[in-house]
Write a protein that binds this ligand. Structure first.
Ligand code: ADP
Length: 961
């Protein structure tokens, strides 16, 4: 009876709990504006017999059917064994969900068997019901009809389960107007997405003609998933870190193709070519949402900002609420939203109005429209931990691969000979090739192919060079000037450059990327300026923004802002230091007078913490500063001397140089003192890479030399710093002036083969190079080894988890043969087989310096292990050897035992995760009897029984089993 009492007290406790949390429960059940949550709870209570039919009827959920008939029937039948009608009740919750996408067919079956009349059929199908309500109505009717009807329905459901008919959008029980709305939404989306703004709406080039797959990958810490993803994998399960969350982040640098990727996704959906699991797709641009000053509800947001339903708005919205898994939202450019993500203000009701950023943040967290999938794009810097914890997964967009660059250039030029020439010229200028991994730069280079092919040796090296090329291209394309040779061309268009420059500059100061007439007038922008093509009309799905303009790309806006900083005599003299110390931007933002209109209300502004307000702007400020450094480089100075007094230009140059040196010095000062016995090491902050890029843009070796003379470290750690080929070029430009050799750690970046090539000039000052996880292939290795073979200092390399095969091993073999001071070679998790191991063995045989050899996770097998063992048998230097997870069996183990027998240097042999049995292990034990140096031989996860393991462990404690 204690049990009985316990149960009684538990019930009491539950009741108290319900009473105590009455308000929250009510809120959870009713606040969504849909009856669905309440009805689901009722289904469960009914199924468990906790709710009587009369009670159910009394609750009177809107659209719940009169229940009397079925109840009375049911109550009369209190048979002991389970009847079909009882099954309908007991399994109600799952039956509702199974039936809701096939009520039509189930009704047809019941109509055909004569258990339903056409009137009853129509009643269930009344358009006021949501699909789940229809399912419930159907169940209630069937139960009232008795056993045979219940049996027919259960049979029908069972058949459907076994035939496993897929979800078919035609089958969803949708409001009448739904398909009209869907059509309207998809045709406006198709019209919206068929052209890229950089090609102008009038161009013959459609998105379909030019779209080139970008390189999409999962973050490096996603275990077990490697390689490039397709567009549809974005919403797939791979890389999921939080099953509960609905928001997927696509992150990538400015110009990496995020907006274009979403545009492609929208078009594919609108054409019915992909993403068809979603019945509706609502696209949003954060840039455009910035100008929404009103408070809106989710419903307003969907209908007013995306597509207006001509009729039955309520029903369509109800359908959306009831079928969240059939809906997709996309939000482009979260980094451009004026407010940074915050999850402080919670909002759950889809009909409640709130400021747009609050709506957006609640959507992303899943407080609003839980279950609707959301894809959001952003630059990585603007995504803080507050948002990260609400992410289902993150996908990184890395721009074009090398093959992608070729593909894009060929698509851009209908004439294949032009395409071939452009590609040829890129091959001869690898710095420019590196830049072309960024799609926006690849677009500029293709657009300016005439300038590129005509410029001979002076072809662009830096990002600034590329943007100056497009500036000249657009300006002269529109109105070719006679005096186009030489440095006069900027002067010819000075007014335009200043007008657009001011617009860009003020926009960057205030996070404004879309400009109204008022703002354009304030900066003196004329029709002629607009016609140069740098601005494009901002076309949202909503007509509200018809008369707004934006720069072709945000990077273009930064470039014009930098031009303005160089050319204007109006900017205050603190502007350059401010650009280089981006944390003071908050102050600039507050002082802004030009675009007061773009700022959120004072009240909202106050809500945003200082740190959040800054995060959004920093990336654009830094990009502007990078361009400014490039524009003020010696090579371009003559352009400005035609337009401004020499003294002013020189003063600005000095200011930039001073700021760069100061910021770097500050960075170096923050390096902690080394722990005793350890090397002095610097872990670079992201700002370090940016400052290095600025120095590269300036092309000023003296600044690089000066900076490096102050950097005194032995190890430079740049892991997870988003380093691609462009960053490698800049790093090399600066690091080659280091005084002492360093270990350069670039693990977990996107260096790739082009990046490796860029790094070559700084190999002479490298003591070790760590390039784990960097998409490097044999081609990159061949160039790298050819260089490092000549570098006396170079002693260690780590290439774990790249794309290496046997083809690279001949180069390592050569390296081992040539460099008798080489210490460490780590090639784990690549694709090296027995053939590769044989090649390596050739080099190992004649090498007298190697101490560490790591081949973890390759496929060398017994044959490979034998070859290596043979080569290393008489090594006097080898300390550590890892052949973990390589398919090594007894033959390999016995051969490796010979190293143990002979070696006086070996300390650790790693053979975990192989297929060695007792025979192989015995060989190793015997060998250990002759060797006192070896500290451990790892044999975990091989083919040894528990008894064997126990027995061997006793005999030889150095075996780790
Ligand atoms: P982001 O949103 O990351 O800043 P965008 O998508 O705006 O970058 O890309 C900038 C420009 O680069 C586009 O206007 C287009 O010209 C080009 N581009 C980007 N991605 C692609 C792609 N996948 N295929 C073809 N061109 C692209």
């Amino acid at each position: 009876n204690t049990d009985g009492r316990k149960r009684q007290s538990e019930t009491m406790f539950s009741k108290e709990l319900v009473l105590k949390h009455r308000t929250e429960i009510l809120h959870a059940l009713c606040s969504s504006g849909s009856a669905e949550p309440l009805e689901r709870v009722l289904d469960i209570l009914l199924a468990q017999g906790e709710l009587l039919c009369e009670d159910y009827q009394n609750i009177q959920v809107p659209a719940t059917i009169p229940f009397s008939e079925c109840c009375s029937n049911l109550e009369k039948k209190q048979e002991p064994q389970t009847t079909f009608t009882q099954t309908l009740l007991a399994q109600r919750p799952s039956l509702v969900s199974q039936l809701q996408d096939c009520t039509d067919d189930a009704l047809d079956a019941l109509l055909a068997s004569g258990h339903f009349t056409p009137a009853e059929y129509d009643e269930v199908q009344l358009p006021i019901h949501t699909p789940s309500q229809k399912a419930r109505r159907l169940l209630d009717h069937v139960r009232s009809k008795g056993e045979v009807a219940a049996e027919i329905l259960l049979q029908y459901i069972q058949q459907k389960q076994t035939s496993g008919s897929p979800v078919n959008k035609e089958k969803w029980n949708t409001p009448k107007e739904f398909f009209k709305y869907q059509k309207k939404l998809s045709s406006s989306l198709a019209a919206q997405s068929c052209f890229l703004s950089t090609y102008g709406g009038t161009s013959n080039m459609s998105l379909e003609d030019i779209y080139t797959e970008g390189h999409l990958e999962l973050p490096h810490d996603c275990i077990g998933v490697h390689g490039s993803l397709g567009l549809e994998d974005i919403i797939g399960v791979a890389g999921t870190v939080n099953e509960e969350a609905d928001t997927i982040l696509v992150s990538g640098e400015a110009g990496s193709g995020k907006s274009t990727l979403l545009q492609r996704l929208h078009l594919l959906w609108a054409q019915g070519a992909a993403f068809q699991d979603f019945l509706l797709l609502f696209p949003f641009s954060c840039r455009r949402l910035n100008s929404e000053q009103r408070e809106l509800s989710v419903k307003d947001l969907l209908f007013q900002h995306c597509c207006w339903p001509d009729r039955e708005q309520d029903e369509i919205f109800q359908f959306i609420l009831d079928h969240p898994h059939l809906i997709l939202f996309t939000f482009d450019g979260l980094d451009e939203l004026k407010q940074s993500f915050s999850d402080e203000h919670r909002l759950c009701c889809p009909t409640q109005c709130a400021p747009v950023p609050i709506l957006l943040f609640n959507l992303l967290q899943g407080c609003l429209m839980k279950g609707v999938q959301k894809i959001v794009t952003s630059r990585p810097e603007a995504v803080g931990p507050a948002l990260k914890k609400h992410l289902r997964k993150e996908v990184l967009l890395k721009g074009f691969s090398q093959a992608g660059i070729g593909c894009f250039v060929r698509k851009h030029h209908s004439d294949p000979t032009v395409a071939a020439k452009v590609l040829e010229s890129l091959q001869t200028n690898t710095a420019l090739l590196g830049l072309c991994h960024s799609p926006v730069l690849c677009w500029i280079v293709s657009q300016c192919h005439k300038e590129l092919l005509g410029c001979g040796d002076g072809s662009p090296q830096t990002i600034t060079d590329v943007y100056l090329m497009i500036l000249r291209h657009f300006l002269q394309h529109k109105s070719p000037v006679k005096n186009s040779i030489g440095f006069g061309w900027i002067k010819e268009h000075l007014d335009t450059v200043l007008h657009l420059g001011q617009l860009a500059f003020e926009g960057i100061r205030t996070s404004c990327y879309i400009f109204s007439d008022t703002e354009m007038n304030a900066c003196g922008v004329t029709e002629k300026d607009i016609s140069t093509g740098f601005l494009t009309q901002s076309t949202g799905l909503s007509s509200v923004h018809a008369k707004m303009y934006e720069f072709l790309h945000v990077t273009m806006q930064c470039f014009f802002a930098a031009l303005y900083t160089v050319l204007s005599t109006n900017t205050d003299h603190y502007i350059i230091p401010k650009l280089f110390e981006s944390h003071v931007m908050k102050e600039m933002n507050m002082n802004s007078t030009c675009f007061g209109i773009c700022l959120p209300s004072v009240e909202q502004q106050q809500q945003v913490s200082e740190r959040e307000a800054m995060a959004v702007e920093i990336t654009n400020l830094q990009m502007t500063a990078t361009f400014l450094s490039g524009l003020l480089s010696q090579r371009h100075r003559s352009l400005w001397l035609n337009c401004c007094p020499r003294a002013t230009v020189e003063k600005k140059v000095k200011e930039v140089v001073r700021c760069l040196s100061k910021s770097l010095r500050k960075h170096f000062r923050s390096i902690p003192k080394p722990v005793d016995g350890e090397k002095k090491s610097m872990h670079a902050m992201p700002d370090f890479v940016w400052l290095v890029k600025c120095i590269y843009e300036m092309q000023e070796s003296s600044i690089a030399k000066d900076a490096m003379s102050k950097l005194d470290v032995n190890h430079l750690k740049l892991t997870y710093c988003n380093i691609g080929p462009v960053e490698c070029t800049a790093l090399t430009f600066v690091l080659q002036h280091l005084k002492n050799p360093v270990g350069l750690q670039l693990d977990y970046n996107s260096v790739g083969d082009v990046g490796v090539e860029q790094l070559l000039p700084c190999m002479p000052i490298c003591y070790s190079l760590y390039l784990r996880n960097n998409n490097i292939t044999d081609e990159g290795i061949s160039k790298l080894i050819a260089k490092v073979i000549q570098c006396d200092n170079f002693q260690k390399i780590a290439l774990f988890n790249n794309m290496l095969t046997d083809a690279c091993t001949q180069h390592f073999s050569q390296l081992l043969k040539t460099k008798q001071n080489f210490i460490s070679l780590r090639l784990g998790n690549n694709n090296i087989t027995a053939e590769g191991a044989k090649q390596l063995a050739q080099g190992l045989k004649v090498n007298h310096s190697l101490q560490y050899l790591g081949l973890w996770g390759n496929k060398i097998g017994d044959v490979g292990a034998e070859a290596l063992a043979n080569a290393l048998e008489s090594s006097k230097t080898l300390v550590w050897l890892s052949l973990v997870c390589n398919g090594v069996g007894n033959a390999g183990a016995c051969a490796l035992a010979n190293i143990i027998k002979n070696s006086t240097s070996l300390e650790e042999l790693w053979l975990t995760d192989n297929c060695i049995t007792k025979t192989g292990a015995e060989c190793l034990i015997q060998a250990l009897e002759h060797n006192t140096h070896v500290k451990s031989v790892w044999l975990k996860n091989n083919n040894l029984s528990v008894e064997e393991v126990e027995e061997m462990a006793q005999r030889e404690p150095r075996l780790i089993l």
